[in-house]
Design a binder for this molecule. Structure first.
Ligand code: PEP
Length: 258
């Protein structure tokens, strides 16, 4: 049985919380949050709140991430934000390939590959999301879908680049729907992802890559999900918007090391 060295709880706020709501979250979270060396905590607010949250969380162990970035260094890309711009405000990590970006903004694996390369070159931490739709699962194509999303984007990385990468398995049918994959379904796909990485980069590297689960994670189901051997934490949408609920998830993760 694989033993976990760490868990990661990452909140994806999506297009929620304006500046004053983000400040209220930060004030409350700082009151209740106690860092733990084996639990990484990350929050991905909208671009407009990034700089302020970096300031507010400066003296804590909480990392602030972006929800997206462009692949180019700079230039005529109206509405886009570069890795260098993120770094200039103290943001050193980014979520890439979220299913909402794939579905609503037509992000392709080809574009994501360029974004991942840019992230690696700029020394950014990357949480890369993969996951199948309901139709793909029902057609038995869930493993193929995830394999393509990983191999087409990551398999020309150098082994050391993987130090910057976490994978988030988020079945599209479980995001924001209240429907969670069973802990067994999550672990099965995580094990598959690990095997895939092991096939190309060897079992040692595959064992080190953190694979998060995402899809309606909340305090009521987190313990069972975190307990699975191949699950290294969660990418959390709805339940990350409230400081107390998000901290409950962090506390559940800490419970595995105490
Ligand atoms: C997400 O957006 O990454 C997510 C998992 O959302 P939710 O937790 O709300 O399903």
């Amino acid at each position: 049985m694989r033993s976990k060295k760490k868990l990661c709880v990452a909140g994806n706020w999506k297009m929620n919380l304006n500046l004053s709501q983000a400040e209220d979250f930060a004030a409350r979270f700082e009151q209740i949050y106690r860092a733990h060396p084996q639990v990484e905590v990350k929050i991905a607010p909208s671009f407009t709140n990034l700089y302020r949250l970096v300031q507010l969380f400066e003296d804590t162990e909480v990392d602030i991430l972006a929800q997206n970035m462009h692949w180019a260094e700079k230039g005529a890309y109206t509405g886009e934000v570069s890795a260098g711009m993120l770094r200039s405000v103290g943001v050193y990590g980014v979520i890439l390939g979220h299913s909402e970006r794939r579905a609503y903004f037509c992000e392709t694996d080809k574009e994501l590959r360029r974004k991942v390369q840019t992230g690696i070159e700029n020394d950014m931490e990357i949480i890369y999301c993969v996951g199948e739709t309901l139709q793909q699962r029902e057609a038995g194509r869930h493993f193929d879908t995830v394999r393509r999303q990983i191999t087409e984007v990551f398999f020309d990385l150098d082994p050391e680049d993987w130090r910057q990468v976490k994978i988030a398995y988020e079945p599209v049918w479980a995001i924001g729907t209240g429907k969670t994959a069973t802990p067994g379904q999550a672990d099965e796909m995580h094990a598959y992802i690990r095997e895939l990485i092991a096939g190309k980069y060897g079992p040692a590297l595959a064992g080190e890559v953190m694979i998060l689960y995402g899809g309606s994670v909340k305090p009521a189901n987190a313990r069972d999900i975190f307990a699975r051997p191949n699950v290294d934490g969660a990418l959390v949408g709805g339940a990350s918007l409230n400081a107390d609920t998000f901290n409950d998830l962090v506390e559940i993760a800490k419970g595995f090391f105490e």
